[in-house]
Design a protein around this ligand. Structure first.
Ligand code: R5P
Length: 313
């Protein structure tokens, strides 16, 4: 097995390499003056089982293009099998036509990755599970949930856990929220969110009893923070005791950090699927837990042809 990192999240790649005790293969990633990307794999990869780690987070187009070019270089260098490890799959939210004459970009990106020459895809918490079907190559969609379950167990006493209420910030996340709530035998509530236009979230109603409960908002993505902060406000207005959030992918576009800082939310816990700038790292309300162990174990299992679903019980 060989591990290769693109430039999107070198810290996560290094942490995965540590977990697997496999060094990262040396690659050069450069730019021509006109910003075209050039890559060179500095080691022989002929006949190797390659795991190429590159979340397609912002700048999404650059990171995606770099992923495609790295795959092309690996194909032409006669790698035996290439797994695109894309912990955060950008463009996933464009997974259906939202109106006339609009694209399904999540499908286009899947086509690009397959056509470039990837043999498999490994990702975490796809925005919608059915995006797996956009690929005609095997796709393992890991759940970030066990990492969060462990963190909650580490940070809440048994008594505190009895007062937890898991909240889906929109109707699309209900299945995900029900699943984590089940781990704690806890109840769920649902925020009825509307988007008057892209990038704006509005809370319409809250379904469920939130009075006095310590609410955990659970979602796959925090982008501008609108969905989360609006949901948190509504929960507090309905008498919640406190609001914390667990969110897999910290996209955190502006003004998310400012919104979180000023919000009623106690803490936002995200994972390291996306590399964060100092502004996020320095925000006292944002904490990161690592998915390196989870990804490392999944990679080990794929390399050894072992079950990946067994990772989730
Ligand atoms: C939407 O369906 C997703 O699960 C997130 O709730 C959404 O992408 C978050 O976006 P924002 O933080 O900009 O409201």
């Amino acid at each position: 097995m060989k591990l290769i990192s693109g430039s999107s999240n070198p810290d996560l790649a290094a942490a995965i390499a540590d977990v697997l005790d496999v060094p990262l293969t040396s690659v050069e990633i450069e730019r021509f003056r006109d910003q075209e990307i050039f890559v060179r794999i500095n080691e022989n990869v002929r006949g190797e089982d390659i795991f190429l780690i590159q979340p397609t987070s912002a700048p999404a187009n650059d990171h995606l293009m770099e992923l495609l070019i790295l795959i092309d270089a690996l194909v032409r260098a006669s790698a035996e099998r290439i797994t695109a490890v894309v912990p955060y799959y950008g463009y996933a939210r464009q997974d259906r036509k939202t109106g006339g004459r609009t694209p399904i970009s999540a499908k286009l990106v899947a086509n690009l990755i397959s056509k470039a020459g990837a043999d498999r895809v490994l990702t975490i918490d796809l925005h919608a599970g059915q995006i797996q079907g956009f690929f005609d190559i095997p796709t393992d969609n890991l759940f970030g949930q066990p990492v969060f379950v462990q963190d909650i167990k580490d940070n809440y006493s048994r008594k505190e856990r009895d007062n937890l209420l898991f909240v889906s910030p929109d109707t699309g996340g209900v299945v995900r929220t029900r699943s984590i709530a089940k781990q704690f035998n806890a109840d769920i509530a649902i925020v009825d969110k509307r988007r008057p236009k892209a990038g704006e979230a509005e809370v319409m109603n809250i379904i469920g009893e939130v009075e006095g409960r310590d609410c955990i908002l659970y979602d796959d993505i925090i982008d501008s923070g609108g969905t989360l902060c609006n949901a948190a406000n509504a929960l507090m207005e309905h008498g919640a005791g406190s609001v914390t959030a667990y969110i897999t992918h910290g996209v955190l576009s502006d003004p998310a950090v400012e919104r979180i800082t000023k919000s009623v939310i106690k803490e936002v816990v995200t994972t390291d699927t996306i590399a964060q700038p100092d502004k996020v790292k320095d925000c006292p309300k944002i904490r990161e837990v690592s998915v390196a162990k989870l990804l490392g174990e999944a990679i080990r299992r794929i390399a050894n042809d072992e079950s990946v679903s067994k990772l989730f019980g």
